[in-house]
Design a protein. Structure first.
Length: 250
């Protein structure tokens, strides 16, 4: 599987480089259209990313060139070293909008699958009565991202919570020592699309934000220690340079 180097992802984010695609405005969505690539596995080959709103609900949409959600990580039987596949919308929204500390990092909505652990303890996605056995099913998270050299040169991680620290956290924080939230917004994966509907108290904050689209793999640290969860492989970036050019409803 082709991947963009994490150094490109991070460097481009903070340098504000121009993307290799133009903003999609034909339908008035302000989304990002991206050319299909044979070098990327079709389930992760982003061709369109957008965020629209209806009332107080933000609709996160991503389309790929193949069947969305068709590829999931192989089960390893243990947490350490296990993989997470993800569809991600990095945003310019402040993490405080969803209940984290202000300016804690880059707030992103992620739809993930990881068969070796379950990080949605309040929800029974497969409906079998067991809350702890459905991490392999696609589900949503808010995550806060930051660079960490321990993950690799110029690589990103989900921000760790130091031992003893008591940061502000969302009510649906799943108890992991990282800035992650498990709000239970069920993604709809159908055909070539991934869609998540997310309610907000102040939809105006969302409408003023910008976004991008990323498909990627993350890995749990082999020592299950900080950094706990690193971005190890970027399959595709919608803008080509993670410049967050997407405009909500524009």
């Amino acid at each position: 599987m082709h991947s963009l180097k994490c150094s490109l992802l991070l460097t481009s984010m903070f340098a504000g480089l121009a993307g290799v695609v133009s903003a999609h405005d034909a339908a008035g969505h302000g989304g990002i259209d991206t050319k299909a690539s044979s070098a990327v596995q079709a389930p992760f080959d982003i061709v369109q990313t957008r965020i629209t709103t209806e009332g107080n609900v933000a609709i996160f949409h991503m389309a790929v060139s193949g069947k969305a959600g068709a590829s999931r990580p192989a089960r390893t039987g243990k947490l350490a070293g296990s993989s997470v596949f993800s569809y991600v919308w990095p945003t310019t929204l402040d993490p405080s909008v969803v209940g984290f500390e202000a300016k804690a990092g880059i707030l992103a909505l992620a739809v993930t699958s990881h068969p070796d652990f379950d990080d949605t303890p309040l929800f029974d996605e497969n409906g079998d009565g067991n809350l702890a056995n459905d991490g392999d099913l696609w589900h949503s998270h808010w995550v806060v991202l930051k660079p960490d050299a321990a993950c690799g040169k110029n690589a990103l991680k989900v921000v760790d919570i130091p031992k003893g620290a008591k940061p502000r956290l969302p009510k649906t924080w799943p108890g992991l020592p990282i800035l992650i939230d498990s709000p239970g917004w069920t993604p709809t994966i159908k055909g070539k699309t991934v869609v998540v509907r997310v309610p907000f108290d102040d939809i105006g904050v969302v409408e003023a934000g910008h976004f991008d689209g990323v498909t990627s793999a993350l890995r749990v640290n082999a020592s299950v220690h900080a950094p706990l969860l690193c971005v190890v492989d970027v399959f595709k970036v919608a803008s080509g340079a993670l410049s967050l050019p997407g405009k909500v409803n524009q």
